[in-house]
Design a protein around this ligand. Structure first.
Ligand SMILES: NC(=O)c1ccc[n+]([C@@H]2O[C@H](COP(=O)([O-])OP(=O)(O)OC[C@H]3O[C@@H](n4cnc5c(N)ncnc54)[C@H](OP(=O)(O)O)[C@@H]3O)[C@@H](O)[C@H]2O)c1
Length: 309
């Protein structure tokens, strides 16, 4: 049965892969993010699906309410609300401008909270619905130079668990938290940076399509929390059981595996304004196997077509 799925953060990375995954299943989509041009591209990628795009900034008061209103006006209701919108900032806590820290928390934590509030109001009235949020491994462990993001993800972990407890009286309304480790998306290059070196996802890196599958599975079989990433359990165990060892190792590991050697001038990245040019499904940190296999085949096909006329 076709569902109406709202995806907040649909223009890039996990949200964009999730839009394509729901479109392939024949669901009707409401796609939201700030960058209007990129939303139009994603709409074209989901060409077979019935798609409404609604430019939305989750930090603007009333924006998510307006998004829900547009979805209900257009499709008559909402069955699933997915929230993947987030931004990142690199820098030592005391060197990161306060306005950047605040905007990351406003986007990643308060924006998500607003999404949950708006979705819940609608689902309580309708008597059913599923909310899927993207947290992070960094909602369970910490890493230096990412204080605003880590603060948001730990807050989100608490919010999700609290709402899940409050929903025990409404078994047909579900909230699922998907917690990925490192994912190959553009978020690292889009981040604000006050550290001087461009960030990157520390290995092992998973694909946004894999996280999208976990999100779609949550809708079919809702679960309280889903972890996506081979080392998540190990890192959580190390953080909890051996905090001294974890703290000793995490700084050097972050500098070697979590930061590239590429220098970058102090900048706000996409924290305050979107950067459509940097938006894509993947971030270029993993080889795209589909592209590796089908890219050369497509090139051969195009060459043959040119030769034949
Ligand atoms: N990539 C990873 O390694 C990783 C790991 C763990 C968890 N996650 C989580 O996965 C989720 C998706 O991240 P991603 O890696 O896919 O990031 P991404 O590729 O940078 O995509 C982020 C999305 O959020 C939107 N967004 C940012 N600020 C917004 C705002 N103020 N209002 C509305 N939309 C906004 C962006 O669009 P506009 O800029 O056009 O608004 C974009 O569509 C996030 O919750 C992230 O924390 C990612």
């Amino acid at each position: 049965m076709s569902r109406v799925v709202v995806i907040v953060g649909a223009s890039s990375g996990v949200g964009r892969a999730t839009a394509r995954a729901f479109a392939e299943r024949g669901d009707r989509l409401v796609l939201a993010a700030r960058a209007t041009t990129t939303l139009a591209e994603v709409r074209a990628e989901c060409a077979d699906a019935d798609v409404l795009t609604v430019p939305t900034d989750v930090t603007e008061p009333g924006a998510l309410e307006a998004l829900a209103g547009a979805a209900i006006d257009h499709f008559g209701g909402v069955d699933v609300w997915v929230h993947t919108a987030a931004v990142m900032a690199y820098g030592r806590f005391d060197e990161l401008p306060g306005r950047v820290f605040d905007q990351v928390v406003r986007t990643d934590l308060l924006g998500t909270a607003d999404s949950v509030r708006v979705a819940l109001r609608h689902f309580r009235a309708a008597g059913a619905g599923t909310i899927v949020l993207t947290g992070s491994l960094l909602g369970h462990v910490t890493a230096p130079y990412m204080s605003a993001y880590v603060t948001s993800k730990w807050g989100l972990q608490g919010l999700a668990r609290t709402v899940q407890q409050e929903l025990r009286d409404s078994p047909r309304i579900r909230l699922c938290l998907v917690n990925p480790g490192s994912v190959d998306t553009p978020v690292y290059q889009q981040a604000a940076n006050y550290l001087g070196r461009v960030g990157r996802p520390p290995p092992p890196v998973t694909s946004p399509q894999r996280v999208a599958r976990a999100i779609v599975n949550c809708v079919d079989r809702p679960r309280r929390e889903v972890s996506v990433g081979r080392l998540n359990v190990v890192l959580r165990a190390g953080f909890t059981v051996l905090p001294g060892v974890y703290d000793m190792l995490v700084g050097p590991l972050m500098r070697v595996a979590g930061l590239s050697g590429r220098p970058v001038a102090a900048q706000d990245g996409s924290v305050f304004t979107p950067n459509p040019a940097g938006e894509a499904v993947r971030g270029g940190h993993l080889p795209d196997l589909r592209q590796l296999v089908f890219g050369p085949l497509g090139a051969v096909g195009a060459a043959l077509r040119r030769r034949l006329g």
